[in-house]
Design a binder for this molecule. Structure first.
Ligand SMILES: [Zn+2]
Length: 478
């Protein structure tokens, strides 16, 4: 199988592969789309972050059909093999087809995520013979770094109530729900005082961690939560525990695998170890099926001559002990799907201030509102400062979807039973749903593998079939 540039979507895939387009470097690709829209005489809008919306009128006979939004993100993840010489700021991708008919880029990510969707939209815009309702093609930016482009879109630029997201792999499947998210930034200014007591280090190790969306339903141990559960136990037994330093987790969206808490106390190492042992054993048994490597140790450490005052130390320990974490709700419609969770992802002390980063996810706005309110109330109670940033809404599963039934019908004619996928992660679909409440949504795309790695590849036969299927869906959007 060759990469047949006489097919418009292949031609455009090649065109955009020549334009470097890592996240935050989308001006060139955005301008390319604008030039394309001008050359074809389409109405378009480019916003200040370089999102572009191109409107294509309805085909003859489709003037009364409800319009459709098509959408894909222009940016791609830039990853390469160590020995590959490639400048993602200026070099075109080096495309090739393997013997099995998969398209690759030599030594780098291919950007089929989401070049496939961008190429489809350009091909559709470039073809006057297609049958479809009025189309609004949205080319977004910065999807890969937090859906930032989509968050900048304006409701008034969209009149369509049907939306096909082209940032999905599968050919035989469509996504039916995604979650929204909110980042909590929690801080507390700390009072330090001199310390003459011995210093100890509590370490949590051996946990599996994982992505906070994809792994929420596995109920894996959170190193930060577990560390403070043990600290609460120490505090119950000894009233002189003062924290010196805390360091746990790395990212908002990763379940932390490790946490270190340094503290000062007059109690002997043996007594401290004995004090946490029963609870540490109990936790190990709680986690025996999800995290069989868990362990906690206390050891002596270099002397810290400053410790956080007892009152602040107690507040920190109590607050993190009561702070909810992990899975909140699972879907009653879709098996194995988490629909509300929070992840205590990061904790550290810097310049006399404690910082805690927590990522809350929910498919329903109401669950998100509840988590935020609970965190807010708890934070006030214990003297922490609580702020929410970067909130976006989810796309909750809807039983009835006209678009989904159209796609199901198209696939059925090919002998394919459509699969319904669901994610607890965030998609641009959620942002569109938050913007246009009564939006009917499907996702669709060809088969690709290895996204975000130099192994990324696109199945060219599937690239053909998924395009035909997409055209059929549009044709049936009467
Ligand atoms: Zn993508």
């Amino acid at each position: 199988m060759e990469f047949d540039l006489s097919k418009k979507y292949c031609y455009y895939f090649k065109q955009i592969s020549d334009i470097p387009r890592g996240s935050r470097n989308e001006k060139a690709i955005s301008d390319y789309v604008v030039e394309f829209a001008k050359a074809h005489g389409y109405e378009y809008k480019q916003d200040d972050v370089y999102n572009v919306i191109v409107n294509k009128p309805a085909s003859p006979g489709y003037e009364d059909a409800k319009p459709v939004i098509l959408q894909a993100h222009m940016d791609m993840v830039c990853e390469k093999n160590k020995d590959t010489v490639h400048d993602f700021e200026k070099d075109p991708l080096n495309l090739y087809v393997d013997e099995k008919g998969w398209l690759h880029a030599r030594g780098t990510t291919l950007g089929a995520d989401d070049g496939q969707g961008v190429a489809y939209m350009l091909a559709i815009l470039d073809d006057k013979d297609l049958k479809h309702p009025a189309l609004q093609c949205a080319f977004t930016v910065m999807e890969e770094i937090g859906l930032l482009g989509a968050k900048n879109l304006k409701k008034e630029d969209f009149y369509a109530k049907r939306y096909i997201n082209l940032d999905a792999g599968g050919e035989d499947q469509t996504c039916v729900t995604s979650s929204g998210a909110a980042r909590a930034y929690i801080t507390k200014n700390l009072h330090f005082e001199d310390n003459n007591d011995p210093s100890y280090l509590l370490k949590i190790r051996g946990l599996k961690g994982g992505h906070s969306a994809g792994c929420a339903h596995l109920e894996r141990g959170n190193a930060i939560s577990l560390a403070f559960r043990l600290m609460e136990e120490l505090k119950e037994q000894y009233d002189d525990i003062r924290i010196c330093d805390i360091d746990g987790g790395l990212k908002f969206n990763a379940i932390p695998r490790e946490c270190d808490i340094t503290f000062a106390s007059k109690v002997s190492l043996n007594d401290l170890q004995a004090a946490i042992k029963p609870l540490a054993d109990a936790i190990a048994s709680e986690l025996q099926y999800s995290d069989d490597g868990f362990y906690a140790v206390i050891e002596e450490t270099d002397h810290f001559d400053q410790a956080i005052c007892l009152a602040d130390s107690n507040d920190i320990i109590d607050y993190l002990y009561v702070l909810p974490d992990g899975l909140r709700h699972r879907s009653m419609a879709i098996e194995g799907l988490s629909i509300a969770s929070s992840n205590l992802g990061i904790i550290h002390i810097e310049n006399g201030q404690l910082f805690i980063g927590d990522l809350m996810r929910s498919a329903l706005k109401s669950h998100g509102d509840q988590m935020i309110r609970q965190f807010d109330l708890l934070s006030k109670q214990f003297g922490f400062d609580f702020k929410i940033n970067d909130r976006y809404l989810g796309w909750n599963y809807e039983k009835d979807s006209e678009l989904r039934e159209i796609l199901r019908g198209v696939l059925k004619e090919r002998g394919i039973e459509m699969k319904e996928e669901s994610t607890h992660g965030g998609l641009e679909c959620g942002i569109f749903k938050g913007m246009i409440e009564d939006l009917d949504i499907i996702t669709y795309g060809p088969i690709s593998e290895g996204e975000h790695t130099p192994e990324e590849k696109l199945d060219l036969a599937s690239f053909d079939r998924a395009y035909e299927n997409l055209l059929k869906v549009l044709e049936r959007c009467k």
